[in-house]
Design a protein around this ligand. Structure first.
Ligand code: HEC
Length: 106
């Protein structure tokens, strides 16, 4: 147990302060039930999302709208058609923007 605490503290130090806060927000908002950074869970891995929209100037607005209203169809091959649930107004607009910025930064 003590060893585990040391390992997770070390891992926390490796992640920059801001990314750590963003991950905590993602956890608090319930996103991590279906997403992880590296691996598909129910939704696509957030690294794959970042790679797909790299260099796409319209991506941020589109993804903010998607997280607010939910939807499906962009990742059917990965998710077999599972939908992304709507998060507005459960999560504030400001926090949804923060989460999308974080995902796109990965
Ligand atoms: C119940 C499971 C579930 C939860 C909880 C969930 N997602 Fe998703 N998410 C999905 C699925 C499934 C998709 C793929 C949708 C598609 O095919 O268009 C997705 C897609 C996405 C995408 C990519 C959208 C696109 O159109 O390319 C982003 C960004 C995203 N989720 C962010 C979030 C954030 C932020 C949260 C928390 C506020 C969250 N998700 C919570 C299941 C979930």
């Amino acid at each position: 147990m003590k060893k585990m605490l040391i390992v997770s503290a070390a891992a926390a130090l490796l992640v920059s302060g801001s990314a750590f806060a963003d991950l905590a927000l993602a956890k608090k908002s319930g996103c991590l039930a279906c997403h992880s950074i590296e691996k598909k869970i129910v939704g696509p891995a957030w690294k794959d999302v970042a790679a797909r929209y790299k260099g796409d100037a319209g991506a941020k607005a589109a993804l903010v709208a998607k997280v607010k209203k939910g939807g499906k169809g962009n990742w059917t091959k990965v998710t077999h058609g599972a939908p992304m649930p709507p998060y507005s107004p459960r999560v504030s607009d400001a926090n949804i923007e923060k989460l999308v910025d974080f995902v796109l930064s990965l």
